[in-house]
Write a protein that binds this ligand. Sequence first.
Ligand SMILES: [Zn+2]
Length: 261
Amino acid sequence: MRKYSAVISLLIILASCASSPLDRRQVVLYSDAEMVEQGIRSYRQMQAEIPATTNPRELQYVQCVANYIVAALDEEDQNRFEWEVTVFDNEQANAFALPGGKIGVYNGLLPITVNQHQLAAVMAHEVGHVLANHSNERASQSTLRNVGIAAAQILGASDTTLQVLDTGSQLGIFLPFNRTQESEADSIGVILMANAGFNPEESINLWLNMSAEGGPRPPEFLSTHPSPSSRMAELRRLMPAANALRQSAMGRGLNPDCVQN
Ligand SMILES: [Zn+2]
């Protein structure tokens, strides 16, 4: 077991260390270029498999919100990718953003995000995952687990140990994010939407809509581990800063007017 730990420690040291935009230390094994390539490949595959909306007003609405969000990114992040948005014709209330700046919104989300601010809250949250390299981190953790299993096998670990290691070991770009990543995307997202001129208070209203009993299936934004109450509490904590940023954005003439009609 000591030998095994030594191998894992070495693997972690070999993995390059990075920091998220909120200064959390991350282990990332893949280069940006590799992640971008994988993100774009997955996106093109989805575009080939899932029909796009045929309603130009839906596309124009979502594109409008995306434009404001991307314009609010700092120059480096704006230029880091070719940001792109697709509205898929699918009843799921869902949205995602992939490495490479590829954003997808299912039109089933639009009746649930009742105004441009709530749609911006979801999209900015998804963009937050991209800015914080969460896919790289997640894929790296998965790879380390798999390499760990191989190493354990070589070192003759028991079957029980191997089973434990194997639990939850999956690789793929669409694995759910963990609690830390969700909180980070919430924080980055609410600041980003405010900088774009959207009303950050609506991120909390969206939570309230969604937590209503018998509500529709939640989008990725609302789906994973942190409890709704703790996420709302965290958003409320950020609200004074977010509101101030929105006021400042409005002072610069940023007053989004995206509508779906
Ligand atoms: Zn998320």
